[in-house]
Design a protein around this ligand. Structure first.
Ligand code: UD1
Length: 362
């Protein structure tokens, strides 16, 4: 089979790594990578390909930033042309970004089979661009690769059960592998805080938190007020908005640091007292690394982390300090996201026949 992965934003590079490795390990399928260029800063893109040993993209569309319409529209013609030329057996799309919906749309319109990795996640908040992207991608795709049983139940409720396979979570694959690899590594935040004492790792980048001045001001205020140092890994969107609104970030307990590569992030979270975030993946990674997480949102797609007690939602910035300073749950976390072998299950799901046809070997 020829599998073409389309990626463009930071979390997709993390999900791509175990897929690329599994295809190379099996040695019977061809894997081509198309990078849309949604994320172009080296710290958000190149570093992931290098550190996670991902093959070089066959194509880079270089679309860059823009409004949702501009960015999505800029991707479509290039994706259509490249995908038609590549003639894939599967177009594999990841998660919920503008690159995901653009690739799914470009592919289905020219009758190329689309598989959606991380299908069935829902925040049930249609104001999030990611929610729109994931719902539309699920309904466009031919094969839905769900990370959990709860995601599969959601797809069933939307009439999509016949296209669904539960494969586990590929981010768990890469997180567990990286955890072992970095256990003895130097903490990358050692030059910023005393990493032998308590510290928090924070990331804030969702439009709902960054794009409203009052909201961003109160979230930053809550982080600054904690009695423990907080290292904020500054995403370009946060940097742009805080400058635009004239919000001084590095005050009180808050220290800033550039975004980290994946192994560095894992090492930093392993040593932290807690994580404060609006990221999706980081909520899960925190639990896998046995670090309590506080999610600065009203809802989460990864409900199992909340059910297990390792994640607490703090939609109101006033709730952040108490949530952050709570004690960690007793005992090891459960494993609702699989055992770290999801990438193999993804390849097996793609090898299964589609509409009576068996995917061809290359
Ligand atoms: C995107 C995804 C989000 C994901 C996040 C991970 C969508 C709708 N959102 O959000 O789901 O969690 O990636 O980071 O696709 N910028 C740079 N350099 C870059 C990329 C972006 O400076 O390499 C700045 C630009 O000012 C840009 C802004 O960040 O306008 C936002 O970037 P964008 O790609 O639109 O979305 P993210 O906020 O990164």
């Amino acid at each position: 089979m020829r599998i073409v992965s389309v990626v463009g934003a930071r979390p997709q590079f993390v999900k791509l790594a175990p897929i690329d490795h599994a295809i190379r390990r099996l040695g019977v399928h061809e894997h081509l990578i198309v990078h849309t260029g949604q994320h172009y800063d080296p710290q958000l893109s190149d570093v992931f390909f290098a550190e996670l040993d991902i093959a070089k993209p066959a194509v880079h569309l270089g679309v860059g930033s823009g409004s949702h319409a501009e960015q999505t529209a800029a991707m479509l013609p290039g994706l259509e042309a490249e995908l038609l030329a590549m003639k894939p057996d599967w177009v594999l799309v990841y998660g919920d970004t503008n690159s995901t919906i653009a690739a799914a749309l470009a592919a289905v319109k020219v009758h190329l089979p689309v598989a959606h990795l991380e299908a069935g996640l829902r925040s049930h908040n249609r104001a999030m661009p990611e929610e729109v992207n994931r719902v539309l991608t699920d309904h466009a795709a031919d094969r839905l690769l769900a990370p959990t049983q709860s995601a599969a139940r959601q797809l069933e409720a939307e009439g999509l059960a016949s296209r669904t396979t539960v494969v586990g979570d590929v981010m768990t694959d890469v997180c567990l592998q990286t955890k072992d690899a970095v256990a003895e590594a130097t903490n990358p935040l050692a030059g910023t805080v005393d990493t032998d004492a308590d510290y928090f790792v924070a990331t804030i980048h969702r439009a709902e938190n960054t794009d409203d001045e009052n909201r961003l001001r109160s979230v930053m205020g809550a982080l600054q007020s904690l009695p423990v140092p907080v290292v904020l890994l500054v995403h370009p969107r946060l940097s742009a908005r805080s400058s635009q609104f004239g919000i001084a970030v590095e005050t009180g307990s808050l220290k800033t640091h550039a975004p980290l590569g994946y192994p560095e992030l894992v090492r930093a979270v392993m040593g932290a007292r807690g994580v404060l975030t609006d990221s999706g993946g980081l909520q899960k990674e925190a639990m896998l690394l046995e670090t309590p997480c506080t999610t600065i949102r009203a809802e989460t797609e990864w409900t199992e982390t909340v059910d297990a007690g390792w994640n607490v939602l703090a939609p109101d910035p006033e709730e952040i300090p108490a949530a952050a300073l709570r004690s960690a749950p007793l005992g090891a976390p459960p494993q609702p996201y699989g055992d770290g072998q999801a990438a193999e299950a993804v390849i097996a799901a793609l090898e299964a026949p589609i509409d009576g046809k068996v995917a061809r070997a290359t």
